[in-house]
Ligand binder design. Structure first.
Ligand code: DQA
Length: 147
């Protein structure tokens, strides 16, 4: 099974941006964590990050026929992007939404998610652990599609 992890805007600044919220570990640490989680779950993974909405849409579209599932942290675009929702619906791959923080416990404008309608599940508020949960869920679901 091949999973594509998509990370949106400002996640490249992990370790620098609002450490009280996002922690001190860097984006490179997150990528290493995701790769280790995938190894543990026995799946292949590729990780993509962009600050640009259109680049994220392009990457989602290009995943069609190449990847079996998506893990998506659209970051701020979560709360604004109909284009990302439409891309996720267009490719129709099993998708899990993830967030490092729990947007439901933050400002009101973060309570809306345009990714959620295309997602099988959401893991939020677990820091890097949101990604390992998503990967484990997708790996388990590959052997039991009822999940
Ligand atoms: C985030 C939460 C979003 O509200 C925010 O805009 C981000 C990161 C998270 O992972 O907690 O950039 O997606």
């Amino acid at each position: 099974m091949k999973i594509l992890v998509i990370n949106g805007s400002n996640l490249n600044l992990l370790g620098v941006r609002e450490p009280a919220l996002y922690g001190n570990r860097t984006y490179a640490d997150l990528v290493r964590f995701i790769e280790a989680s995938a190894r543990d779950a026995g799946v292949e993974v590729e990780v993509f990050q962009s600050n640009h909405e259109g680049a994220l849409v392009d990457r989602i579209q290009a995943a069609r026929g190449v990847f079996d599932a998506l893990v998506v942290n659209a970051a701020a675009y979560t709360h604004t992007s109909v284009a990302i929702l439409d891309a996720l619906k267009a490719v129709g791959l099993p998708t899990v939404e993830v967030h490092l923080t729990n947007p439901a416990k933050r400002e009101r404008f973060r309570h809306v998610s345009f990714v959620k309608p295309a997602a099988l599940a959401t893991f939020a508020g677990l820091g890097f652990g949101s990604y390992s949960r998503a990967i484990r869920y997708l790996a388990a679901r590959a052997t039991n599609p009822k999940l």
